[in-house]
Design a protein around this ligand. Structure first.
Ligand code: CMC
Length: 424
């Protein structure tokens, strides 16, 4: 629980004073509790939640000015380089990194749930072959609600916990199949002798015809790191969507499906796909200057740049860039799009337009280049973000359900017609 600081903010309204309590967390700005404003007949107004803390949370802390991202207190660069993704999942879910025994037990649990009910595979046939894999994900993840009637009691801590494991375990299977379906290849079943990232790459790229298919360890390591870097990000749009859906008592599969929908937009997780489309459109380094002029005329956005919270640098982007360099070097890839991306980055970091607006490359700027090098098709980029973020979403959903909460129900500043009568 947050600490009351004893400090109060005083709001003067219609000649009266309303005292608003101020609370402190362990890090970050204090918050002003505005609930008592309601009694005065006013609402607070903050479209886009620019200055609104929507909940208390112990999971992730971001200091956007200093470029700090901590999960349960641990800096993201340490987690990305010193833990594997499932350890970070354990941390997000449980609050502590696992010891060896806990790690083995958690890995085993996740591996035991990687298969989906065989009937789930039939949902895919209902989609057009050219369906965007995110459209498939929204559908099939929500459809999981239909398979666990006996373990959907959100008041039951055991049901909640098994659901979290199921989601983390099954999402790579569903994601890989959303790709296989669109290319017309048979679905590959998960292999529990492989690590989490290896298993995903195996289900993506192996075929029944290629019995000797081996996952490249360099790519598996990069994939694992990409998963870790996307695992959670505090109360972003998709996580807030999951919490809001969860606040109605909706089942967790439906809530995660809502999160996937919110993530899909190009201002959020869809940006990684949009970055590659943008690089394709620009075409070559010679066209960069002209493109930047268009950005400054606000005709287009520089995708993969800017962030609501980070106004200095995105600490995930730092690790991602390093991983990008490692992967391209290990694979001996000299991608002309990387040169293009570097030129965009160079101009953006030196041009006053971008400096004044604190526009820095975000995590999605580099992830697309790595994913492309790994051989992941562009339409799967946001699916991979969703796969990795599932643990963050479910951790927030669990946190919300393990303490008293209220249904999320914002109000509005109504600017429509006043009451009138139908005249016929
Ligand atoms: N390209 C060009 N100008 C931009 C960009 C951009 N990518 N982002 C913001 N601006 C400008 C914007 O036009 C505005 O200028 P002015 O003050 O002259 O009106 C100023 O910067 C402030 O922008 P804003 O829209 O008020 O900022 P916001 O905090 O509401 O939006 C954002 C944050 C991430 C939605 C936005 O920066 C954006 O659309 N970026 C591109 C999409 C992207 O890369 N998203 C991925 C975010 S990281 C992954 C994730 O967590 O989802």
């Amino acid at each position: 629980m947050s600490e009351a600081t004893g400090k109060k903010a005083v709001l003067q309204l219609d000649g009266k004073e309303i005292e608003l309590p101020i609370y402190s967390g362990t890090l970050g700005p204090d918050v002003i509790d505005v609930k008592d404003v309601l009694a005065s007949g006013h609402f607070t107004f903050d479209p886009g939640f620019m200055a609104t803390a929507s909940c208390e949370s112990k999971i992730t802390f971001i200091d956007g000015n200093k470029g700090i991202l901590l999960h349960r207190g641990y800096p993201i660069d340490q987690l990305a380089t010193q833990t594997d993704y499932l350890e970070t999942c354990y941390l997000l879910l449980n609050g502590e990194l696992p010891n060896q025994e806990q790690k083995e037990e958690f890995d085993k649990k996740v591996r035991a749930h990687t298969m989906v009910h065989d009937q789930v595979s039939r949902f895919y046939n209902g989609f057009r072959r050219d369906a965007h894999p995110m459209a498939i994900m929204v559908g099939v993840v929500g459809a999981l609600s239909a398979f666990y009637h006996n373990q959907l009691d959100i008041e039951d801590v055991n049901h909640r916990e098994i659901t979290a494991v199921r989601l983390i375990a099954k999402i790579p299977t569903l994601a890989a199949w959303s790709y296989k379906y669109t290319v017309g290849q048979p679905f590959m079943y998960p292999r529990n002798d492989l690590s989490y990232a290896e298993n995903f790459l195996y289900m993506m790229f192996a075929t029944p015809a290629d019995k000797d298919y081996k996952v490249n360890p360099v790519l598996a390591k990069a994939m694992d790191r990409i998963f870790t870097l996307h695992a959670d990000h505090e109360q972003n749009a998709s996580t807030s969507t999951v919490r809001l859906a969860g606040s109605t008592g909706a089942n967790p599969y439906a809530c995660i499906s809502a999160g996937i929908s919110a993530l899909w937009g190009p201002a959020h997780g869809g940006a990684n796909e949009a970055v590659l489309k943008m690089l394709d459109e620009i075409g070559s380094v010679e066209n960069v200057a002209e493109f930047m002029e268009k950005v400054k005329r606000k005709e287009v956005k520089l995708m993969g740049f800017g962030h609501r919270v980070y106004k200095n640098f995105d600490p995930r982007a730092k690790v991602m860039k390093q991983t990008c360099d490692e992967v391209l070097a290990a694979l001996g890839i000299n991608d002309p799009q990387l040169a293009l991306a570097m030129e965009l980055e160079r101009i953006a970091l030196s041009d006053p337009y971008f400096i004044e607006r604190n526009l820095y490359p975000n995590v999605d700027f580099y992830s697309g280049i790595i994913l492309k090098a790994i051989g992941i098709p562009t339409t799967m980029f946001t699916v991979i973000f969703a796969l990795a973020r599932t643990v963050g979403w479910i951790s927030h959903w669990l946190e919300m359900h393990s303490a008293p909460y209220k249904i999320g129900r914002p109000r509005q500043l109504y600017t429509g017609e006043t009451q009138r009568d139908i005249k016929r």
